[in-house]
Write a protein that binds this ligand. Sequence first.
Ligand code: NAD
Ligand code: ZN
Length: 258
Amino acid sequence: MMDAALDKTLRDAAALFRRSRYAVALTGAGLSAESGIPTYRGTGGVWTRFGEPTIDGWDLFCQDPEAWWKLSIEHRVGGSEFSAAIDRAVPNAAHYAMAELEQMGRLAHVITQNIDNLQNVAGSRHVTEIHGNRAKARCMSCGLRYRLESIDLATLPPHCAECGGVLKNDVVMFGEPIPADALEECYRQAFRADLFLVVGTSAVVYPAAEFPLMAKRRGAPLIEINPEETALSDLADVIIRGPAAVTVPALVELLLIP
Ligand code: NAD
Ligand code: ZN
């Protein structure tokens, strides 16, 4: 049962979707929280509990890609709490509802900060992964992406079959520039959006948090779905204060009613 206030904000959001012709979403760790993957920030977040990690990932990779790959392979065998959670995770009702919004023609594109690949698994087709995808590797020279299981790890670091460049995990490391193709796509989408849906992100990581602001400045209404207040809440036109796995499917239900 939805309470009356939540029900009202869902109906307001559905009304905005009915008026929109090109809705774009930004999703974050909260979308996958109910798949058992901890967020970084917010109640119960990994960083909230253990503090922020050091920010030298990119430097370490550039200094010694071979050592980085060795560590990463060992790590994958042992596994940290966070990567074990991603390995186990399957899409939740929110991921499927996001895919359904796209299939219904209500959502044109998703920009996700998540690296867990779950929106693709759930069936979303128009997804830009601004922080990369944990299941892929990317060529540092030509930008080509490979599925991790398809690359040859016999010699480290692995190299690009097309151009011979060094491959790294596709996940954007601290200090690493966002890949240009992903960044350009995000700006294109933010510029086209006439409605912006923000789901499960604390909206403090830039440039990702900039896209809803860009759309808003051009007059696109902003809908926020998050159980907690965020850096964007003050600017949101409609705020749905509830967990994504409940509220995104509820939004789909409303939009299915003619
Ligand atoms: P964040 O950890 O900064 O914020 C998570 C947000 O989700 C918080 O605002 C929290 O209130 C909200 N939230 C918690 N449970 C929710 C639920 N059930 N439904 C809806 N919202 C919920 O995450 P972020 O904003 O995505 O940014 C952090 C960075 O962390 C991203 O760059 C991303 O790459 C990385 N990250 C990815 C994953 C993943 O791939 N699943 C998980 C953790 C962090
Ligand atoms: Zn290459």
